[in-house]
Design a protein around this ligand. Structure first.
Ligand SMILES: *[C@@H]1O[C@H](CO)[C@@H](O)[C@H](O)[C@H]1NC(C)=O
Ligand SMILES: *[C@@H]1O[C@H](CO)[C@@H](O)[C@H](O)[C@H]1NC(C)=O
Ligand SMILES: *[C@@H]1O[C@H](CO)[C@@H](O)[C@H](O)[C@H]1NC(C)=O
Length: 419
């Protein structure tokens, strides 16, 4: 009898030990095996109506394909009831699992004109990407969604990593989604830029001066992208700011060990580079380009205060550098118009959505961080680049106009008088 009990007891203990061990092994396997990406369960596919080019005879040539989570009658309003927002209209197939594997999510936003930059961004950044897109009219929305489907069809990196969120204005609100997916077959995967340009040309013919009339709500878009990230840290950029290759991984190693007392934001220096060069694979190469006049701090000629406080001479001066990401120096001369791109936990202040259009949109947020007591720490040897050396006169007049309006807003913001 006692022996029997003992045997059952031993059996229980063995079973328990076996289960615990099994559990540990499975957990370790999940944590470390990259294969788990391949085995992740397929996400539920929401629905949207895709309209085939209406056939003259058969009006019912409409079918539903499960690709997009978008119902224009739903969505949520922004705080001022000016825009409608839709989260995760298309979710990257590995977005959720990548959000668990990586500490930093890249949050970015784009209008249709610049969206092709996401191709290079998703080539360089292996973590999750949260991309907020904006469409000002029904035509623009349908063109944009068609292009998103094209990007996902042609580029596995985008299909895997990028989750798309949408904002549309209240006025001239798009009423229906009608994507002509037969066009998708005609669109050349080998020429994403050309494909986009011809789509935009058609839009402009239909809508004339559409971009002038509808300023792009930068800060609203930034918040939309940020708040749909699932990782602890967010790296907020503009879509044409390209991270160096492998940044997500090297940042991860840094952030595991980063000891921050108080409030920290990690600044990643941004350069603009000549269109003719190859994207610099490392800091050494970037500095070599800078010494030859083919790279320079972002906005150096257009708006020097933009990055000035980052202190590029100090960053470039650091020699005998380690490969691992580390803090090169703190920002010591904070300036009022400073607007670096930084990595921080997403508890940083929101972007003030009253700033619409170009200019004075990011620095208002960075200034709030500064006032709240954030320390800005410049990382090395990682960096981002923007294609093209910018000079002031290449800016279109509408952009200059928006910039001037926001300068006035910013003065109001400083003194607390912005309505
Ligand atoms: C940096 O990139 C250049 C150009 O590709 C290469 O020759 C060099 O070995 C790289 N340096 C380091 C430290 O990786
Ligand atoms: C950059 O750092 C150097 C010291 O390394 C300092 O002398 C200089 O004033 C700093 N410049 C700015 C703009 O912070
Ligand atoms: C560059 O480095 C040298 C030697 O480490 C140092 O003396 C000098 O102050 C540094 N300059 C800047 C601008 O940081």
């Amino acid at each position: 009898m006692i022996q029997g009990k003992c045997r059952i007891w031993n059996l229980c203990i063995s079973a328990l030990a076996f289960l615990s061990l099994y559990n540990i092994i499975i957990t370790l396997k999940l944590l470390y095996a990259p294969e788990c990406l391949r085995h992740s369960p397929p996400l539920p596919k929401p629905t949207v109506k895709i309209i085939r080019r209406p056939c003259e005879k058969d009006e019912k040539a409409i079918y539903t394909k499960q690709v997009m989570n978008l119902n224009l009658q739903l969505g949520r309003w922004d705080m001022r009831l000016q825009y409608k927002l839709f989260d995760h209209i298309v979710t990257g197939e590995k977005f959720a699992i990548l959000s668990e594997l990586f500490r930093t999510c890249l949050a970015t936003q784009s209008s249709i004109e610049k969206i092709a930059s996401i191709i290079e961004v998703s080539n360089h950044w292996n973590g999750p990407i949260s991309l907020a897109i904006f469409a000002a009219s029904e035509d623009e929305l349908n063109t944009l969604l068609l292009y998103v489907m094209y990007l996902r069809k042609c580029d596995a990196r985008i299909r895997d990593k990028v989750s798309f969120h949408l904002a549309i204005p209240k006025d001239k609100r798009p009423k229906k989604v009608a994507i002509d997916i037969e066009k998708l077959d005609e669109m050349d995967c080998g020429n994403p830029m050309g494909t986009l340009q011809s789509l935009i040309k058609k839009l402009q013919k239909q809508n004339g001066m559409w971009r002038m009339k509808m300023p792009y709500p930068q800060n609203l878009m930034r918040n939309l992208a940020r708040k749909n990230c699932q990782s602890k840290f967010v790296f907020l950029t503009d879509v044409d700011i390209i991270p160096n290759k492998g940044m997500a991984e090297s940042l991860d190693v840094f952030l595991i060990n980063a000891k921050c007392k108080g409030l920290c934001a990690y600044v990643i220096p941004t350069y603009e580079i000549d269109e003719r060069v190859r994207f610099p694979p490392n800091k050494t190469e970037l500095i070599r380009l800078a010494n030859r006049g083919l790279a320079r701090p972002f906005h150096h000629k257009v708006f020097i205060y933009n990055q000035y406080a980052t202190n590029f001479s100090r960053w470039q001066n650091a020699t005998n550098e380690r490969d691992e990401v580390h803090i090169n120096h703190p920002v010591t001369n904070f300036e009022f118009l400073y607007e670096p791109f930084y990595v921080a936990p997403d508890t940083v202040p929101l972007h003030d959505e009253r700033f619409v259009g170009y200019g004075y949109t990011r620095n208002s947020q960075v200034y709030e961080m500064y006032v709240a007591g954030y320390e800005f720490l410049v990382l090395s040897p990682i960096f981002t680049c923007h294609w093209g050396l910018q000079i002031k006169r290449t800016r279109p007049p509408w952009r200059e106009h928006q910039n001037n309006l926001n300068r006035k807003n910013f003065d109001g913001f400083k003194t607390g008088n912005l309505c």
